[in-house]
Every structure is written in structure tokens, then in C-alpha cells.
Design a protein around this ligand. Sequence first.
Ligand code: AMP
Length: 228
Amino acid sequence: MDGGSPRVGDARPVRVIFVGSPGAGKGTQAARLAEFLGVPRISTGDMLREAIARGTPLGKEAEPLMGRGDLVPDDLLIALVRERTAREDCARGFVLDGFPRTVRQAEGLAEMSEGEVSDWTVFSVQVPREELLRRLSGRRWCPRCQATYHVTSDPPKREGICDVDGATLVQREDDREEVVARRLHEYEERTAPLIGYYRELADVVEIDGNRPMEAVFADLKKHVGVAT
Ligand code: AMP
């Protein structure tokens, strides 16, 4: 881990939220930031895909919605995150990836979390539509460990094979062109209003996500109060 866990021993738990379109790089950056801070990354997309793979009731309800690019109902997501964030590994905080995605979910999060929303770090990651489409259409995914790659900008060492566990990479169902259009629409309609919602309550940090991964990450680190 680069730089250790800067928040260890800090009295206030760290809460980091990413608001950004599909393809904005939230997943990659949230994973790196969580590792850097020494707290869990909570990806609701990963949790839902796991539920689908396991065939749980949640997975059965989510699968057709996700396959179409629709959002899964707020109540289910709020319950999922409430249960996950109550676990002991979240005592020092967490980095959220893909939640909240609606104002209702944001209200649910505020209710379930102690502390002031004004202390949270909210990143709004912006990437132009052309680039989002390029990223999503070239994204490949490991169904076993959920690692993601890009066919040209972040390819695996062996074409089509996951570096981590050797599984065959696939395109996510919802990265198909017709579904992507729906997901981007859902983002604009239901998730983008969160930026205004959080601006009322906290400092929203605008991040230009249309840059190399390292440059974006360096920016994020500065804003969680740890410049290295
Ligand atoms: P992601 O991996 O974050 O791109 O999420 C993939 C899909 O999972 C989304 O298109 C939604 O269908 C569903 N999903 C993930 N997180 C949420 C959420 N917070 N609220 C509703 N649906 C979600």
C-alpha cells in the first residue's frame, strides 16, 4: 500500500463518496483510495453482481434491472449498504463506489451514518461523453474476481485472461452499447442531481476524470487531506 494508512488512529471515521457517470473511473479510483486509506471499498455494483452469481433473492430481483441498465430499487440498496457498513471493518470508515445513486439513497446514507455530512469527502468526477463511451465499450471484466481491464488502455498481460486468477475475461452485459445509453440516461436523470444535493451540505470536490489514472489519483489523495 502506498503511504500506509494515514487515518489510523484518527478519531473521526473517513467517509468518501464518488458521484460520477458509468465509465468515469470511480471503481478504479475508489479501490486505490480505499487501499491508501486502509478502509474498505464498498461497491454496490460488485455486491449486486455477486448476489446474481450466487442466485440470492436480491440477485434475482436485480438481474433483469441491471441487464437493462435500470437502477435497482432504493430500499434494497439502502438495506444492503446499511448491513455492509455496520460490519466491524467499517469502524474507521469506508469509500463508497456506486452508492448513493439517487437523492433518496443519499438521505438513507445520512440517516444510517453517524457524524456530519459536512465532514465527508464528496468527489464529483467528470469525463466527456465520447470518452465514457470509449471506456465502456472497451471494458473487459473478470467474472470470478471482478477485476476490470480495457482492451487498449489497460489490457491484461495475456489477451482475454485475468492477470489475477487466470479466468476468461468477458464484456459485462450492461456494457453493451444499447444498455450503456440507458445507464448514461439514468445517471443524468437520477444521479447527477446528487451533486447539487451534496453542495448544500458539504464541499464537493470537482475532479477532471479525463486524465491518466495516476494524475487523477494524485488529486484525490490531496483532497482526503494527505498530500504525498
Ligand atoms: P456499477 O458496477 O456501479 O456500474 O453498477 C452496475 C449496475 O448495478 C447499475 O447500472 C445498476 O443497475 C446497479 N446498481 C449499482 N449500484 C446501484 C445503486 N446504488 N442504486 C441502484 N442500482 C445500482
